[in-house]
Write a protein that binds this ligand. Structure first.
Ligand code: ZN
Ligand code: ZN
Length: 359
């Protein structure tokens, strides 16, 4: 029996009990996976005070038995209604549900079921539980980062003027798979020349020209866990002064952001650490996004570094630090690492050099 998942369900019980509910209906698939290990595409989970029922459909009879042997299983294509009926049988009067996942239409249908319990909001409780990872999860994030580093190391010597963004992106994706990734963690960003000034540029058929900045934001997916890394290079010749300048600013800002990753740090304070450096260098208008985000079963998850964030940084949270400076029409630089917060500071998981390499 995998004790990890039962341990996680115990933590969830403590939370919904404290809010006066007798059970929780978990419908977000990634949260079902976190609480049971089940990876199918249709599922929901009912957690009562002393029991757990996983609902999925007939396609997953074997898989659910293998992945989640320690929960009762129920097979029905309409997972949530089946579990609410199960909750009624168990005498549940107050059922917490994931209001950020259930549609208004589905909520109305669940409320109309015979003898339906009172539905109360669970909130983002499972997402909060997920922010602090156990050793096994951190090892998977670290492995995804190592695979990403290896793929980039292989790619760099092959980059030259004349290749297209799309070609380079496909090449890097292939190298991640060859290095052991199950898939890429998200659509790889390869942005060259003026396109590098677009934070989330999608690769095009633009041909790399000598002297271009080349920004690559990518990551591998391993065992369900994501890596996230950005590096910016120059192609073909020594960088121009402005390229060197913005790279230096971003690099210093990124260092300040990494050093702000101490346990107990205020999330909003972490978010400010890097922009302070960018503003002081006179590029305040050119940094237009949050400093970083949690990484785990999702590529973007809690905690998020932003000026709206509340809460504090905790030991065992993998997070990214990714400041950028973008000069529209000219080019941009972003440097992003995935790190894990530890007692003394943060461990770097993406270890590719942050020097402005000439490829
Ligand atoms: Zn990224
Ligand atoms: Zn990121």
């Amino acid at each position: 029996m995998p004790p990890t998942h039962e341990l996680r369900r115990e933590r969830l019980r403590a939370r919904f009990r404290a809010d006066g509910a007798e059970a929780a209906l978990v419908t977000r698939l990634v949260n079902v996976r976190y609480l049971t290990g089940f990876t199918g595409s249709n599922a929901a989970l009912l957690v009562t005070g002393d029991h757990a029922v996983l609902a999925t459909d007939g396609r997953y009879i074997t898989q659910s038995g293998t992945q989640s042997p320690d929960v009762e299983r129920l097979f029905d294509r309409s997972c949530a209604p089946a579990l609410v009926r199960r909750a009624v049988q168990a005498g549940v009067l107050r059922l917490a549900f994931e209001a950020h996942d259930v549609t208004v239409e589905d909520h109305a249908a669940l409320s109309r079921l015979d003898g339906a319990p009172e539905l109360v909001e669970l909130g983002h409780v499972v997402e909060e539980l997920r922010t602090v990872k156990d050793d096994e999860e951190i090892a998977l994030v670290a492995l995804a980062c190592a695979v990403s580093d290896e793929a980039l190391r292989g790619l760099c010597p092959t980059v030259r003027a004349g290749r297209t963004e799309r070609d380079v992106a496909r090449d890097l994706d292939g190298r991640m798979l060859a290095a052991g990734a199950d898939a890429r963690a998200f659509e790889t960003i390869v942005a060259t020349g003026p396109n590098s000034a677009v934070p989330h540029h999608r690769p095009t058929d633009r041909t790399i020209e000598s002297g271009d900045l080349l920004k690559i934001d990518f990551g591998a997916l391993v065992g369900g866990y994501h890596a996230d890394c950005t590096r910016t290079f120059v192609v073909g010749r020594e960088p121009e002064e402005w390229q060197r300048e913005i790279h230096d600013v971003v690099r210093r800002a990124q260092r300040a952001g990494r050093h702000a990753l101490v346990p107990g740090a205020d999330l909003r304070g972490v978010d400010s650490a890097a922009p302070d450096v960018v503003v002081a260098a006179g590029f305040g208008d050119a940094f237009t996004h949050g400093l970083g985000h949690g990484v785990g079963l999702e590529i973007h998850e809690a905690p998020a570094f932003s000026q709206q964030a509340t809460g504090k940084l905790e030991v065992g949270s993998p997070v990214t630090v990714e400041p950028g400076v973008y000069l529209p029409g000219r080019g941009g630089v972003r440097i992003e690492d995935t790190l894990v917060v530890r007692e003394g500071g943060a461990d770097l998981l993406t270890t590719t050099t942050k020097d402005l390499l000439v490829l």
